[in-house]
Design a protein. Structure first.
Length: 270
């Protein structure tokens, strides 16, 4: 949650090489939270990774790479209008970050980088490409300075992976798997059809089972065919503050196992 200074500081002081700043799924976009989140993003873009909290960076001078995740196209920013029309939340979040920090990040060779979610096809990717190109021109950046990774988490997008890569061209950072939202999209699109009954998620919905394994394999094939990076989804479980050492160990083993599976599936075949 970018509006939570403590959460942001913990992430940026964790020693990670990169941090996704999420204005989408993990965020409640009240006007207060939106402004506070962008204030924190402004600060970490300039190296203030601890945000004046008690957290200290584990590596002296280490500042993780920022990947900003704007809201999806279906969200609006109700507090800002242009010519009487509400501004898409995606464009508001992008514009705030680019205007305040895009040049700073570019001058330091640290982006700006974006993580685009909820896309349903190549036309939406093409809109983003046009937005990126226009912004680069207005801010005096060279073509391809802005880069974005697209999260393939909708059923229609799964059939247009190569087209999405082509639409973004020099602005592409590849594609990423989004297991749970992809599953939700499958259900929303096909759930009313008995022939496409979704399996029990507690038993059969994981990356090592046929349904999602095929989805991941298709994403990897599309990326490798076009020379783009393919990355796996996040491990979505976290041990609580008071979790026992056994719980922490178990979750750690599951996370390592999941990421090892992604790495094996996504390596280049020589």
């Amino acid at each position: 949650d970018p509006s939570d200074a403590d959460h942001m500081a913990r992430a940026f002081c964790s020693g990670a090489n990169g941090v996704q700043v999420d204005f989408d799924d993990g965020f409640c976009p009240t006007w207060h939270n939106v402004l506070k989140g962008h204030l924190h993003l402004h600060r970490v873009s300039r190296g203030d990774v601890c945000l004046h909290t008690q957290h200290k960076s584990v590596k002296e001078g280490h500042v993780p790479i920022i990947m900003a995740r704007p809201r999806a196209w279906n969200m609006h920013e109700n507090n800002v209008t242009v010519s009487g029309r509400r501004v898409p939340g995606a464009l508001f979040d992008f514009a705030m970050h680019m205007w305040h920090s895009g040049t700073v990040l570019a001058e330091n060779g640290r982006g700006p980088f974006f993580y685009l979610s909820k896309l349903e096809g190549w036309r939406e990717a093409q809109v983003w490409d046009e937005v990126f190109a226009w912004s680069e021109q207005k801010l005096g950046m060279s073509k391809g300075t802005i880069r974005a990774c697209v999260l393939i988490e909708s059923l229609p997008a799964a059939f247009e992976m190569e087209e999405i890569l082509f639409a973004l061209k020099d602005h592409s950072l590849g594609l990423n798997c989004g297991m749970w939202d992809y599953s939700a999209s499958f259900i929303c699109r096909l759930g009313h059809m008995p022939a496409y009954m979704f399996p029990d998620r507690s038993k059969y919905v994981s990356m090592d089972r046929e349904l999602l394994s095929a989805y991941r394999a298709q994403l990897v094939a599309a990326c490798h065919k076009r020379g783009a990076p393919a990355t796996g989804g996040m491990f979505a479980l976290e041990a609580g503050k008071h979790a026992s050492s056994e719980v922490v160990r178990t979750l750690g083993e599951r996370a390592v196992g999941a990421k090892r599976g992604d790495a094996e599936a996504m390596k280049d075949v020589v």
